[in-house]
Design a protein around this ligand. Structure first.
Ligand SMILES: [Ca+2]
Length: 200
């Protein structure tokens, strides 16, 4: 191997090592407690975009997205309005993804990106101590069980016999899910159980 070839091989090796270290750095941590604190602290406050999304009925999912962003979730840019992107820069003029503000698009992003898994807890599981989800996960509700998912909430507490949720639109902090079930006897839940580490 001549001198040039050797330098070339060494340069390629250096690039491979750098690329490898960049690759291994693409695992991200979810700050679960930080997200819970943010949600509870901002339950009754406007977060970025609230002024715009509140009047359009989509601040619930925006609030959850802002919470996860402050909890360490990285922005994901991609082709315009596909399910593999999640970002917010500005409410108006519009510069955000559907997944940031819409119930089903948000769910699609979480599941497709691998940042979380979808669970459908029964009503009895919610009132017992749940084992498949925890505080810092996202809960969505279909109020009347008609098959259309209506609302996104953040689980901010799990007690022995209840789950507490914090959300925007009709702002609430640590609202009892048992009470919600009494008010909406045919409701259905789905939970997005979020991973503590994810790769991108
Ligand atoms: Ca519905």
């Amino acid at each position: 191997m001549n001198s040039f070839s050797r330098k070339f091989v060494l340069a390629m090796l250096a690039i491979a090592i750098i690329a490898g270290s960049i690759g291994s750095a693409s695992a991200f941590a979810y700050n679960r407690q930080g997200a819970i604190d943010y949600a509870k602290n901002n339950a009754y406050s406007w977060v970025p975009g609230s002024w715009y999304f509140m009047t359009r009925g989509v601040d619930c999912t925006n609030f959850i997205s802002q919470t996860l962003y402050l909890g360490g979730w990285w922005i994901q840019r991609g082709p315009e309005q596909t399910t593999n992107q999640w970002y917010f820069r500005n409410a108006f003029p519009r510069d955000y993804s559907n997944s940031w503000t819409l119930v089903n698009n948000f769910r699609d992003f979480v599941v497709n990106s691998g940042r979380g898994t979808e669970i459908f807890p029964s009503r009895s599981e919610v009132t017992a101590r749940p084992t498949r989800f925890q505080a810092g996960d996202v809960m969505q509700i279909d109020w009347t069980g008609d098959g259309t998912w209506d609302h996104t909430m953040f689980i901010t507490g799990v007690t022995g016999n209840d789950v507490l949720v914090t959300y925007h639109n009709n702002n609430q902090r640590d609202y009892s899910v048992s009470r919600m079930m009494r008010d909406y006897p045919n409701n259905k839940f789905r939970v997005l159980h979020l991973k503590d580490e994810y790769s991108q």
